[in-house]
Design a protein around this ligand. Structure first.
Ligand code: GDP
Ligand code: MG
Length: 440
């Protein structure tokens, strides 16, 4: 998606004369890309208007950086949709807060309710889980396993087949024991069925949750709107959690769900493990959707995984990013595991470089990049990389020395150049300028 938007913007800005008609054509192209990313068609219409009114093409100064202005407008319009306009519900300490999960089968409810329980446990709440899924065989076992692994008390039944009874028994028991967060996992169906909705309404009436959370699979696509609307109308929910954001789906469905139900996204699931869970950050989410790369999230991860980042951080603070910094980053990233997850956080080029590769191919690619760097001289490593374009023979030498191709060396250097460009920009904006400003 990001690529297509960038391509559309680039076409326009390259055109010798920039007519309003060309501008309209570009907006159309952006809208097509958004629709392909599963953003709902009516919503795209709204976005189109928002972008047009934000950019005010006729009023742009001749030398204005149109590319940046247009990208910023697309970015802001999308952030505006997913940005919750009200403060999210917060559980109260020393009270029983019942949180009920709803969603289709396979959406990720059972996985996510343990993740949420862990989140609150880490914040000092007394948490527990109730399994009200009596529909699917093995549902209770699954919750039991997750809960045990996380050391969280749970309730369920292998014999009671009425989910309403199990839910109310579990909630009553834990309320008596003064648990502060009681999360009720429910069953799903493959499709939105009347039986499912009837069950949700009954459980809701029985346990009187303070908060109902709808769990939505990021890959739901265009069905997101109808599905979230249907749930909203029956089992009214006050928050959304999007799961499987680590997958290949563009995630536009999530945006449609928010717009259709006016309900905020509170967390996102980023993998199958219990720790793959993040607070929802509208700007990061949209940046990833647009393929703009989420430098701040990546930097956070790098810092978390490697204390020894001082040289790069110092360089970045000065608006620099040398070839050696590039090497260090690749080395760190490859230590950090599942590449697929990291690629999305990386600004355009790097994510693109890894696109369509599985983790094994990706880590091979990273290894080759390290070999390339290790065939460079100290002087080359500490350079800003321009030395290679000035003296291309260096690239041939490095390719030969590392057993790679000149093309690969060029690829690595163009990535480093992009990072260097971003470092320079970041410095220009000040560290805080990161926020709200798309990378490239
Ligand atoms: P439920 O039927 O709604 O309870 O869904 P489950 O919690 O059983 O999850 C269905 C599948 O999705 C399981 O294989 C989970 O491991 C997987 N899953 C859940 N959340 C995520 C996520 O954020 N990322 C990935 N990759 N898989 C997830
Ligand atoms: Mg389940």
């Amino acid at each position: 998606l990001g690529k297509r938007i960038n391509a559309a913007v680039t076409d326009l800005t390259r055109a010798p004369t920039m007519s309003e008609k060309a501008f309209d054509g570009m907006i159309k192209e952006i809208c097509n890309a958004l629709m392909e990313a599963d953003v709902n068609i009516r919503l795209v219409g709204t976005l189109r208007k928002a972008i047009k009114s934000k950019v005010k093409f006729g009023e742009l100064a001749p030398h204005a950086n149109k590319r940046r202005i247009i990208q910023q407008a697309v970015f802001e319009a999308l952030v505006d949709i997913v940005n919750p306009h009200e403060k999210a519900w917060q559980p109260k300490k020393a009270k029983s807060n019942v949180i009920m999960f709803v969603g289709l089968q396979g959406a990720g409810k059972t996985t996510t309710c343990t993740k949420l329980a862990i989140y609150y446990k880490a914040r000092g709440f007394k948490v527990c889980l109730v399994c009200a899924d009596t529909f699917r065989a093995g549902a209770f076992d699954q919750l039991k396993q997750n809960a045990t692994k996380a050391g969280i008390p749970y309730y369920g039944s292998l014999t009671q087949t009425n989910p309403v009874t199990v839910a109310s028994d579990g909630v009553a028991k834990f309320k008596k024991e003064r648990f502060e967060i009681i999360i009720v996992d429910t069953s799903g169906r493959h499709q939105q069925e009347n039986a499912l909705f009837a069950e949700m309404v009954e459980i809701q009436a029985a346990v009187q949750p303070q908060q109902t959370v709808m769990v939505l699979d990021a890959s739901i696509g265009q069905a997101a709107e109808a599905q979230s609307r249907a749930f909203k109308e029956t089992a009214d929910f006050g928050a959304i959690i999007i799961t499987k954001t680590d997958g290949a789906a563009a995630g536009g469905g999530a945006i449609s769900a928010v717009a259709a139900t006016h309900t905020p996204i509170i967390f996102i699931g980023t993998g199958e493990h219990q720790s793959d869970f993040e607070s929802f950050k509208p700007e990061s989410f949209v940046k990833r959707l647009l393929g703009m790369g989420d430098m701040s999230a990546l930097m956070e991860k790098i810092q978390m995984n490697n204390g020894d980042q001082k040289p790069t951080m110092k360089n970045l603070a000065e608006g620099k990013f040398s070839v050696r910094d590039m090497r260090d980053q690749i080395a760190n990233v490859s230590k950090m595991g599942p590449l697929s997850k990291l690629a999305g956080m990386m600004p355009g080029g790097m994510g693109g470089l890894m696109q369509g590769m599985d983790d094994e191919e990706g880590s091979m690619k990273m290894k080759r990049m390290i070999y390339i760097c290790d065939s460079m001289t100290e002087k080359e490593l500490d350079s800003d990389g321009k030395i290679f374009t000035e003296q291309p023979a260096r690239m041939t030498r490095v390719a030969r020395g590392s057993g790679t191709s000149v093309r690969e060396v060029e690829e690595l250097l163009s990535q480093q150049q992009m990072m260097a460009g971003m470092a320079k920009k970041m410095k220009g904006m000040g560290a805080a300028g990161q926020k709200g400003a798309p990378g490239a």
